[in-house]
Design a protein around this ligand. Structure first.
Ligand SMILES: Cc1cc2nc3c(=O)[nH]c(=O)nc-3n(C[C@H](O)[C@H](O)[C@H](O)COP(=O)(O)OP(=O)(O)OC[C@H]3O[C@@H](n4cnc5c(N)ncnc54)[C@H](O)[C@@H]3O)c2cc1C
Length: 282
């Protein structure tokens, strides 16, 4: 198979500035998408640019109050890192199976931009930012502005995803649920990631993201604001019903081979309700 194996990040960006390549990190999405008959190499639409080995694209560090994860860091490294918030580690631990997590990268999951990409709901609720590099430019976007549709995002052909970064959340409540057909190697029927904090009975943070229930992951800040201003004693059945109904307007799943729209919507809203009930005093 032909392709370019750059020795450094600069060499990779130089190559991308000159012609179109298809970056390959772990190849776990691409090798499936472009596979051909047995014994034939995959048929990529443009020349592959191998980036998984580039040292500058790998690693996890804490910088001031932020966690920074380089794009080609393996999913398995992130799963095991004590620096990474548990909501993201939990999501990764339920992705694929160990062999795929030892090849696949966080950058590949983000740039693949599938509505069922399992790192995305946690990254949405972490208010993660993605940093894109080209030969002459560095851009930083919130992940929810970067992803624009199923398999679509704002990456230009001359750019690489360099890193993803987010502030360490200081939450008191957390929920991550992936609903799939089985425990390993099952893409999500739907997933929910949620963080909240309540201090002295006041909800001062509430964030919830849903995966595989719309063309992009769903996070609705206007509804979050309504919950945030409340005291936990105000979480009445009527208020919870109102919030669940409002999210129902945003959750627009499809029927496909993995699940039905009705199942996805029903379970997503039940998990939302369960999280709101967790915040109520017992
Ligand atoms: C059996 C199996 C099970 C799976 N299970 C799950 C699952 O449960 N949940 C889930 O979310 N996914 C799952 N996947 C999909 C896949 O493993 C993940 O999306 C993984 O994170 C992809 O990472 P990668 O490095 O292999 O991506 P690649 O295949 O290398 O690349 C994916 C896309 O990202 C682009 N890209 C990669 N890195 C960069 C970069 N730094 N800059 C610019 N573009 C880049 C590529 O050009 C390509 O478009 C599964 C795949 C398989 C084969």
């Amino acid at each position: 198979m032909e392709g370019l194996i750059p020795e450094s990040l600069d060499e990779a960006l130089e190559a991308l500035s000159e012609r179109k390549f298809i970056p390959i990190a772990g190849g776990t999405d691409l090798m499936v998408r472009y596979k051909r008959w047995k014994n034939l190499p995959p048929s990529f639409p443009s020349l592959p640019l191998f980036i998984g080995h580039i040292a500058e694209l790998s690693g996890i560090e804490k910088k001031d109050d932020e966690i920074v994860i380089k794009a080609a860091t393996l999913l398995s490294e992130i799963e095991q890192s004590p620096l990474v918030p548990s909501i993201l580690r939990k999501a990764i631990s339920q992705m694929a199976a160990p062999g795929i997590r030892n090849m696949g990268t966080i950058g590949g999951n983000i740039v693949n931009s599938s509505p069922a990409g399992d790192t995305l709901p946690p990254l949405y609720v972490l208010d993660a930012k993605v940093v894109l590099l080209s030969k002459n430019e560095r851009r930083c976007l919130f992940i929810y502005d970067f992803i624009t549709g199923p398999g679509k995002n704002q990456r230009r052909d001359d750019e690489l995803l360099y890193e993803v970064r987010f502030k360490v959340p200081k939450h008191t409540h957390e929920m991550y649920r992936k609903v799939g057909t089985r425990k390993a190697n099952a893409l999500s029927k739907l997933s929910v990631a949620a963080l909240a904090s309540s201090r002295d009975g006041k909800i001062d943070d509430f964030r919830i993201g849903f995966g595989a229930v719309a063309p992009t992951p769903v996070r609705v800040k206007s509804i979050e604001e309504k919950v945030k201003s409340r005291h936990v004693s105000e979480l009445s059945d009527d208020f919870i019903n109102e919030i669940v109904n409002e999210y129902g307007e945003w959750i627009k799943p499809i029927d496909d081979q993995r699940s039905t729209a009705l199942y996805r919507k029903t379970v997503a809203l039940r998990l939302l309700r369960a999280f709101l009930l967790q915040l109520k005093p017992v």
